[in-house]
Design a protein around this ligand. Structure first.
Ligand code: 8Y7
Length: 262
């Protein structure tokens, strides 16, 4: 899953976000590099970030989804927690919902069910504004697993077919470095929930803490290592900014896995 960069483009005079042609070019490049899904979001969920209004989020993503849906050959995932944005994005051509709140916003369960597209349910402790203030768990792996199990059940009760659900432990979302490391080490335990596992570690601060870098550009190698570990421990989808590097690394993993003696 390639992350479509919608960060402000200083060369654009068309608003706070990247020009549509630049976004399209970025998406096409990620597909060429091997991305099977393109994830697009109009609200930052980085630590400390504040929520944006539904109108603002719609303005940022809907025109872009309409363009991308016509021109890229892989599904578009809409990264949102808002029921209205889920509905509008799927109408505009999105083929998947990626919700860091795991459909906990009022109205999100029925909205997602109506769309009938696959949904990624992510674990987060707290909310982006304050989630990194003092994350606390008695047993992080158990608590994340119990949460995801409960969300899977809530989704099924709301009429979302089990086969459409994807789960994600939410690296960096209300977690210390230690919590993130334990979650990666114990990732395999989530596979018993019988849903494909999505993992996003690309450029996250947990990698910076480990390699002592100063900028996100210096986290590429660490991110690829974490992606490889995640796949070995059962991840089915890797959400990343670095598609080329990640796909190359995972080609090595899958070639080794499928090697036979004769
Ligand atoms: C994740 C995510 C982000 C993740 C899923 C970032 C939207 C922060 N991280 N969605 N979104 N999993 N499913 O650094 O780990 O990319 S935003």
């Amino acid at each position: 899953m390639g992350i479509l960069n919608l960060t402000p483009d200083s060369f654009s005079d068309g608003g706070r976000f990247q020009r549509p042609d630049a976004a399209l070019e970025h998406a096409l490049r990620m597909v060429e590099e091997g991305a099977a899904i393109i994830d697009i979001g109009g609200e930052s969920t980085r630590p400390g970030s504040r929520p944006v209004s539904a109108d603002e989020e719609l303005d940022r993503v809907i025109p872009l989804i309409e363009i991308l849906a016509e021109r890229i050959p892989v599904p578009i995932s809409i990264d949102t927690s808002k029921p209205l944005v889920m509905r509008e994005a799927v109408s505009a051509g999105a083929g998947m919902i990626n919700d860091v709140l795991a459909l906990r916003e009022p109205g999100a369960l029925p909205a997602a069910a109506e769309t009938t597209v696959p949904v990624c349910l992510m674990h987060m402790q707290g909310r982006p504004r304050s989630m990194q203030d003092a994350p606390r768990y008695d047993n992080v792996a158990d608590e994340v697993k119990t949460f995801l199990q409960q969300r899977l059940e809530a989704c099924e009760a709301a009429g979302i077919a089990r086969g459409k659900l994807i789960i994600d432990p939410g690296f960096g979302f209300g977690k210390t470095l230690q919590h993130n490391l334990i979650l990666l080490k114990e990732l395999r335990s989530l596979t018993s929930l019988n849903a494909p596992l999505l993992v996003g570690v690309s450029r996250k601060s947990m990698l910076g803490s480990l390699v002592g870098d100063v900028s996100v550009n210096e986290r590429v190698f660490a991110g690829v290592a974490a992606a490889v570990l995640a796949v070995i421990e059962g991840a089915a989808i890797i959400r990343t900014h670095e598609v080329r590097a990640t796909v190359d690394a995972l080609k090595v993993v899958s070639s080794v896995r499928s090697a036979t003696p004769h």
